[in-house]
Design a protein. Structure first.
Length: 117
């Protein structure tokens, strides 16, 4: 089982980034997918999640209206489009998959996002 994130980097405030997470080794459509983030000295927090069939999404209040989560079953991938980025969005972003039926779960290794001028 693998979850491999990509797309992180350094961006100026107000800029955009698109994170990708490529999944392999499990039945993608059975898993709810989420993005979490962890800033230095802070706890890991949920950023956004999408149901196993993609019919429902959920966002943290701090990113609602700026971030969009989506999934592509054909590519076994989940994405996080991040717009209007702020310095407080700086963190390591992790992809997380949890089985909708038996709750087995997996984490990616994380990708760094830095928002700074």
């Amino acid at each position: 089982v693998q979850l491999v994130e990509s797309g992180g980097g350094l961006v100026q405030p107000g800029g955009s980034l698109r994170l990708s997470c490529a999944a392999s080794g499990f039945t993608f459509r059975d898993f709810r997918l989420s993005w979490y983030r962890q800033a230095p000295g802070k706890e890991r927090e949920l950023v956004a999640s999408i149901s196993n069939v993609g019919s429902s999404t959920k966002y943290a209040a701090s990113v609602k209206g700026r971030f969009t989560i989506s999934r592509d079953t054909a590519k076994n991938s989940v994405y996080l489009q991040m717009n209007s980025l702020r310095p407080e969005d700086t963190a390591v972003y992790y992809c997380y998959a949890v089985n909708a039926w038996n709750r087995s779960d997996y984490w990616g290794q994380g990708t760094q996002v830095t928002v700074s001028s």
